[in-house]
Ligand binder design. Structure first.
Ligand code: PLP
Length: 281
């Protein structure tokens, strides 16, 4: 299955398992654009639909779990994916279906890189994940993840603790996520009120040099823009599509974060939603 050997230099085949954002800023739309911008070939299996503008989510509809299973089994029977990003999983049944399909893939001896972006609530405050799915994320999807990329509120929910209030606590939570089964954890500090965007990446061999679990700090300038919708989706997709080109997660995550910083710098050139549209000629 997917058995033909690819020629050298072939694009990374990257799959996003996530929800749709019709406004094109987040969800599978952001994931596919990121894959393409970074030279990958994008595949997408949908877990849910949203009705959404650039500023608001008005409705979320899960895809039936057996249809999620059908999408993944049909795809995996044909396509050898190199990299998988899991985004919004919508509800507990869908999250379980995604986990089962990935376990089956691993049992068949296939081991694409897996990044889990544990999407829970949109920036606009709308729930994108049913509350009873949080335990499925923690117990079934996290142990399948080579890298998990929570923001501070998501890390707190996964760990069952208070949200980190400073960089020290964020670093501790990144380390704690490894104990839940993720191989690497990137806790994103964007919700902290600091001049820089500081993320903490924990994993074996990082910062310590002796193979034990350590943490490295990734800092980037905070870009003054209101167009931040979909930054989490973009970062996790960039991490996974770039991973095969690097010999570890740290350099892949660094390149992904640089890509996101440049995308944010360019964001104010875009006039997409709200009252910004100008009448045609
Ligand atoms: N819609 C979908 C389908 C998403 O997956 C996400 C986030 O991951 C969002 C909306 C929310 O994006 P944001 O919180 O950046 O507005």
């Amino acid at each position: 299955t997917g058995a033909r050997t690819r020629p050298p230099g072939h694009p990374t085949v990257a799959l996003t398992i996530a929800g749709s954002d019709p406004s094109g800023g987040a969800g599978i739309q952001a994931d596919l654009k990121t894959f393409a911008a970074l030279g990958g070939y994008g595949c997408a299996a949908l877990t849910g639909l949203t009705a959404q503008s650039t500023t608001d989510v008005t409705r979320v509809l899960p895809v039936p779990a057996d249809m999620v299973t059908a999408q993944l089994e049909t795809l995996f029977a044909d396509v050898a994916v190199d990299a998988v990003k899991i985004g919004m999983t919508t509800d507990a049944a869908v999250a379980r279906a995604v986990a089962a399909a990935l376990r089956q893939l691993r049992a068949a001896g296939r081991a694409p890189y897996v990044v889990l972006d544990p999407v829970m609530v949109s920036t606009s405050g709308h729930r994108l994940l049913a509350p009873d799915a949080e335990a499925v994320l923690r117990d079934e999807l996290l142990p399948l993840a080579d890298l998990v990329t929570p923001n501070l509120p998501e890390a707190a929910v996964l760990l069952g603790v208070e949200q980190a209030r400073d960089d020290g606590e964020a670093a501790d939570q990144a380390r704690a996520l490894l104990k839940l089964g993720a191989r690497f954890a990137l806790v994103k500090g964007g919700h902290l009120d600091s001049a820089e965007s500081v993320d903490h990446l924990a994993g074996p061999g990082l910062g310590s040099g002796d193979g034990s679990d350590g943490v490295v700090t990734l800092a980037a300038p905070r870009i003054p823009t209101r167009n931040t919708h979909g930054t989490g989706c973009t970062l996790s997709s960039a991490c996974v599509v770039l991973r095969p080109r690097h010999d570890g997660w740290e350099p892949a995550v660094r390149e992904a974060k640089n890509y996101l910083t440049e995308a944010l710098r360019a964001a104010d050139d875009l006039v997409i939603g709200g009252t910004g549209t100008t009448p045609g000629p």
